[in-house]
Design a protein around this ligand. Structure first.
Ligand code: URA
Length: 209
């Protein structure tokens, strides 16, 4: 089973409380989502492997560490996932960015893939799928299905707020995927919103309704 980790660093908790407030406006919401994503990128990259490298400082030759593992790709699930990309890139600037677009079919209520654009070498990359909310898990499961079908093998899922139902569904569908959340909330309501949650993350990021 993959890792499930709540990244409850005090800065992350404080910032998450700020954006949960319904009076937090679009500008601050967007800025703080990026800040949280930056802090989460620091935590989710903790197990990146290192190798020795010989370098010369102005004083001596010395053996130091550099990253040795897979290159990274960040894959936001459209549209709300876009809000986490810049913050992740602040920490991992060499990462490539893929995009997965899903919409919910009105009749089946299932997510349907409408856009997938990924780096060509995803099988060699550490993929970070990002979406602020893990509600039922339907979109995350389908996005990860789409990546695996195209050859991705190393995938982590990063979100701000998760419902227990979504975590369970994602773990059942993709037990190899590590899941990182800033908060594990109480439940889903009858409309599929996470409670207490922060509302519709896409609308709050982009100022739509
Ligand atoms: N998507 C959101 O943006 N918010 C929720 O609470 C659930 C799904």
């Amino acid at each position: 089973m993959g890792k499930f980790q709540v990244l409850d660093h005090p800065l992350i908790q404080h910032k998450l409380t700020m954006i949960r407030e319904s009076k937090c406006g679009t500008k601050v919401f967007r800025e703080v989502v990026n800040e949280i994503a930056m802090l989460m990128a620091y935590e989710v990259s903790r197990d990146m492997p290192l190798e020795d490298v010989e370098i010369e400082t102005p004083l001596v030759k010395t053996v130091q560490k550099q990253l040795s593992g897979k290159k990274v790709a960040i894959v936001p699930i459209l549209r709300a996932g876009l809000g986490m990309v810049d913050g992740m890139l602040e920490m991992i600037p060499a990462a490539k960015v893929g995009h997965i677009g899903l919409y919910r079919d009105h009749e089946s209520l299932e997510p349907v893939e409408y856009f997938v654009k990924l780096p060509s070498d995803i099988q060699e990359r550490q993929m970070f799928v990002v979406d602020p909310m893990l509600a039922t898990g339907g979109s995350a499961i389908m996005a990860i299905d789409a990546l695996k079908r195209r050859g991705a093998t190393t995938i982590k899922f990063v979100c701000l707020v998760a419902a227990p139902e979504g975590v369970q569904a994602l773990q059942d569908a993709h037990p190899d995927v590590d899941i990182y959340v800033a908060a594990l909330d109480e439940k889903l309501d009858e409309n599929g919103y996470i409670v207490p949650g922060l509302g519709d993350a896409g609308d709050r990021l982009f100022g739509t309704k």
